[in-house]
Design a protein around this ligand. Structure first.
Ligand code: ATP
Ligand code: MG
Length: 504
């Protein structure tokens, strides 16, 4: 008779249920795994055999067949060890079959029977809860999986513990959710002296999720400003925290199961590979763009990124989703991030500093920033110059606004947007409003419209540029507490788009 249990296969952030069947039949002794398994899954055979023998359980001298169903779904990774062992233990009547049938499990076995942590326990627990089954996972994954709450999660340190649990000798207590990690928001905006325009742009970017580029000489405070954005963003909502944690779980980045309410801040180096940034590689793992989902993707020294990487970013920036190719399928990961980029104005870095500009200027700047293609720049709504701060100003005590003050205005603007978009699935902030919806919410008054038309004609704004100005103007009006988009709001929005227009 066939014994059954369940596990999952990952397709992007989705965990698809996989039935693990095990049949033990008379015939020449053999142990085979079928059902589109990759190499790591096939190796499960040796790990399971060894882990069982560590428990003094010998495999019967029969023909053992394990089938992973549905057979057309690719199975990757080492987390199939535990469900295969469970199916086998049920098939040879060491654990009750009913228990195996009501369990979704995942975990890698070491040769001595210990359970090794695997990525993806959180999405697996979601899948288990949906089908009303319990989840069994390695001890280290328990706190993360227990966040789902809707289903019992049992976390075991070894196969021996699993065995004692199912045979009733020593039941395992259900796992409890990991600690919510406190946000590490110790960096305050007040530390940055001057740079009022850049700070204002930061506030607008955070309020409406508009992408931002800061251009300035070395040491003018660009990296410092960017690092302070998480501190002015509101904490993740419970839905957002779960979305972001699912991706971090798949990447194996949720240490000790702690789910964080702080917005992610990812800063990939410009030498990072394409797979590291957009996702892919072995196991089609999520990349930095997806790890930054609902948070900030900071691209420091933007022109230094290889061109193919920058061009690849265009599509995810627009759609909020990235498609990662793998051997026989495509997987999708969400990636709605706030892109914040920094650049020097030219290779030598001092183009805009009259005292130090190099002999090649102005050609130096065109060469350098010219590497950023038009279509990419078109997606960046807020562009600011960050001039060097005078030494005299650096000496003065910090008098600017604190992050908390700015954060409260951002939170208020976000609340207005949550209310505005409550009937619009998939739209949370102004930057995501499109078409008719955008025209309805951001229609400027007559004076504002006149100004916008003039600017569009004079500077040849693209259709996308025109709509993007409207979105920013809507956010500026929200920060101003204005129900209507008026001329000053349009003027401010336009000013950020036209900054650096000559060099870019
Ligand atoms: N406006 C400022 N207020 C206070 N300190 C500043 C300011 N600007 C720069 N600094 C000081 O200079 C250091 C360097 O700043 P930061 O790394 O942000 O410069 P950057 O613009 O990113 O330079 P680069 O182009 O070389 O990356 C900061 O750590 C800080 O000590
Ligand atoms: Mg820097």
């Amino acid at each position: 008779m066939v014994a059954r249990t369940f596990t999952v296969a990952f397709e992007g952030v989705e965990a698809r249920t996989v039935e693990v069947q095990c049949a033990v039949a008379n015939g020449l002794p053999a142990f085979s795994i079928v059902g589109l398994a990759d190499k790591a899954v096939s190796e499960a055979r040796d790990r399971v055999r060894s882990a069982l023998s560590a428990l003094s359980i010998a495999l019967p001298s029969k023909r053992i067949t394990v089938n992973l169903s549905p057979a057309d779904l690719p199975k990757e990774g080492s987390h199939f060890d535990l469900p295969i062992a469970l199916a086998l233990l049920a098939a040879i009547d060491i654990i009750p079959r009913e228990d195996a049938e009501t369990t979704v499990s995942l975990g890698e076995l070491s040769l001595d029977g210990r359970l090794v942590a695997v990525a993806g326990a959180l999405p697996a627990a979601m899948a288990a809860a949906e089908e009303e089954r319990q989840l069994l996972c390695p001890r280290a994954c328990g706190p993360e999986a227990a966040w789902v709450g809707a289903t019992p999660v049992f976390a075991a340190a070894s196969l021996a513990e699993v065995l004692r649990h199912f045979t009733g000798q020593a039941p395992i207590a259900p796992a409890t959710p990991g600690e919510v990690r406190a946000s590490a928001g110790t960096r305050d905006l007040r530390d940055v002296k001057g740079q009022e325009r850049a700070k204002r742009a930061l506030e607008i970017a955070a309020a409406g999720r508009h992408h931002l580029l800061m251009v300035g000489t070395p040491g003018s405070g660009k990296s410092m400003l960017a690092a302070r954005i998480p501190g002015i963003l509101p904490p993740l909502s419970p839905v957002e925290a779960l979305e972001t944690s699912m991706i971090h779980s798949l990447a194996g980045l949720l240490d000790e199961g702690g789910i964080s309410r702080a917005r992610p801040f990812r800063e990939p180096h410009h030498t990072a590979s394409m797979a590291a940034i957009v996702g892919g590689g072995r196991g089609a793992k999520p990349g930095e763009v997806s790890l930054a989902h609902n948070g900030v993707l900071f691209l420091d020294e933007l022109p230094e990124f290889p061109r193919p990487v920058l061009e690849t970013l265009r599509q995810p920036i627009e759609s909020g989703e990235v498609v990662v190719a793998r051997a026989n399928a495509h997987v999708r990961y969400p990636c709605r991030f706030l892109m914040v980029a920094a650049a020097n104005p030219c290779r030598c870095g001092y183009l805009s500093d009259p005292a130090r500009a190099c002999a090649k200027s102005p050609g130096c700047g065109e060469d350098y920033l010219g590497r950023l293609s038009g279509p990419l720049m078109d997606r960046i709504d807020l562009r600011v110059e960050v001039p060097p701060v005078a030494f005299a100003d650096l000496d003065l005590p910090a008098t600017g606004e604190s992050s908390a003050t700015v954060a409260s205005r951002v939170a208020a603007a976000r609340e207005v947007q949550t209310l505005r978009f409550r009937d619009q699935p998939g739209v949370r902030v102004n930057a995501e409003a499109e078409g008719a919806l955008l025209e309805e919410i951001a229609a400027p008054d007559t004076e504002g419209r006149d100004l916008l038309l003039k600017v569009a004609e004079r500077f040849g704004l693209s259709a996308r540029g025109y709509h993007r100005v409207l979105r920013v103007a809507r956010t500026v009006a929200d920060l101003d507490g204005s129900a209507r988009v008026r001329k000053p709001h349009v003027a401010e929005a336009v000013s950020y788009r036209l900054t650096l227009a000559k060099t870019l």
